[in-house]
Design a protein around this ligand. Structure first.
Ligand code: SIN
Length: 398
């Protein structure tokens, strides 16, 4: 295997110095930068495009957290284990369900505007495989954008954080098994980013698939550069396909949140018949991998390239899911009057760079958090809305 993608001599290149290099500006990278800056560390925050380009920005449904009066971390843990199909690391999941609500509450205290009930509590939605309503959301269906906005605003106030936009990290620098920075292309020119530690938060691999809900940057570059630097990767065979992405010729595979099914939307075959109750007792709210496979079977059986999501049964669907309604309308579908053509699309990488409970990899000085990492939380299939939560928890812990 070629160790480095490019030829370079670090002595000849402009060098940026910091205590810590954080790569990526999704929920995990921004959380890490925030907490490092609070601890007085000088952080270089390197992002391939701009700070506002991340998969986090696109997340709709929300953040799973057991805030409900009828809920608790143990119930959340059980649902996480069921979705993970026997391969979830229980200790890691315990950390996430226990600490996650504190991180969500802290983010709200620092300006994230989550939707509230009239008495001021978090309004909680429902998604697949959750036995309780526990999805904290913002602006109905634009939770990721609000989380990212709030974190960017926090980080912008931190003078210890130095953002480097249009900075593509090509390789990690290692010596004697220790990571001491990276070589990158900053505005197309080679530079060295030197740091005592590197936190990778570069997201997943969705863009390797022809049908995907992911943005252009999700090419798996973080896993590849960590692997070249000697990091262990695990569970790369587990790729989650979201069951309901818009399937219209010539249109992007825009995500139709699982929260829409949580609010009562039904899946219908090409003939308009409901099919999920015949496959699973939780019907439309079965674990995501189950629903995606059932849809795929129905598509094959019916010789169709999509099935239908019926949101017409939801009262005021456009009010509850304003961004989805608006986007579908732009593509010619009125979600209150028509069925939405949907098909599964690549959505989330369960595997990644193997880390411990503090984001540490097997390479000294190299950490990973968020989708690029594999903590073992997701097992073989991630529970809906556990990913923003994982990013918050392990961004901070790393
Ligand atoms: C969704 O809103 O359906 C996506 C949430 C997630 O991927 O966890």
């Amino acid at each position: 295997m070629q160790r480095y993608l490019m030829n370079f001599d670090t002595r000849d290149l402009p060098t940026y110095m910091a205590d810590v290099l954080v790569v990526g500006s999704g929920v995990a990278g921004l959380s890490a930068a925030w907490k490092l800056a609070e601890a007085g560390k000088h952080v270089l925050l390197a992002v391939r495009d701009t700070l506002a380009d991340s998969n986090t920005d696109k997340a709709q449904g929300g953040i799973a957290s057991s805030f409900g009066a009828d809920d608790n971390p143990t119930l959340h843990l059980e649902d996480t284990l069921v979705a993970g199909a026997g391969l979830t690391d229980r200790d890691i999941a315990q950390i996430v369900v226990t600490e996650g609500p504190h991180d969500v509450a802290e983010l709200a205290e620092h300006g994230a505007e989550f939707d509230r009930t009239p008495d001021g509590k978090f309004a909680l939605g429902r998604e697949g495989c959750h036995c309780r309503s526990r999805i904290v959301h913002a602006h109905g269906d634009a939770t990721g954008a609000e989380v990212a906005r709030a974190l960017r605003a926090i980080v912008a106030k931190e003078e210890h954080v130095e953002p480097l936009e249009h900075c593509y990290v090509a390789d990690l620098l290692t010596r004697d098994g220790r990571c001491y920075g990276a070589v990158a292309l900053l505005d197309g020119k080679k530079v060295v980013l030197r740091a005592e530690a590197v936190v990778l938060a570069t997201g997943g691999t969705g863009r390797l698939y022809s049908k995907t809900t992911n943005p252009e940057g999700a090419t798996g570059s973080g896993v590849a550069l960590a692997f070249r630097a000697g990091a262990e990767v695990m569970d790369m065979e587990f790729v989650q396909f979201h069951p309901t992405a818009l399937a219209l010729d010539g249109c992007p595979n825009f995500l139709i949140s699982e929260a829409v099914r949580g609010a009562g939307a039904l899946l219908r075959s090409g003939k308009g018949e409901r099919f999920m109750p015949g496959y699973h007792p939780m019907a439309e709210l079965a674990p995501r991998d189950v629903v995606a496979r059932c849809i795929f079977k129905e598509m094959q059986d019916g010789g169709m390239d999509h099935v239908w999501l019926d949101a017409t049964v939801i009262d005021h669907a456009a009010e509850k899911f304003p961004m989805i309604a608006r986007t579908c309308k732009e593509y010619g579908v009125d979600i209150e009057k028509e069925y939405i053509p949907i098909a599964p699309a690549a959505h989330y990488m369960m595997g990644g760079v193997h880390t411990d409970e503090n984001g540490r990899t097997n390479v000294a000085g190299l950490y990973a958090a968020g989708e690029v990492a594999c903590t073992g939380l997701q097992g073989a299939n991630r529970l809906a809305s556990n990913s923003l939560l994982e990013g918050l928890v392990f961004g901070r812990r790393a």
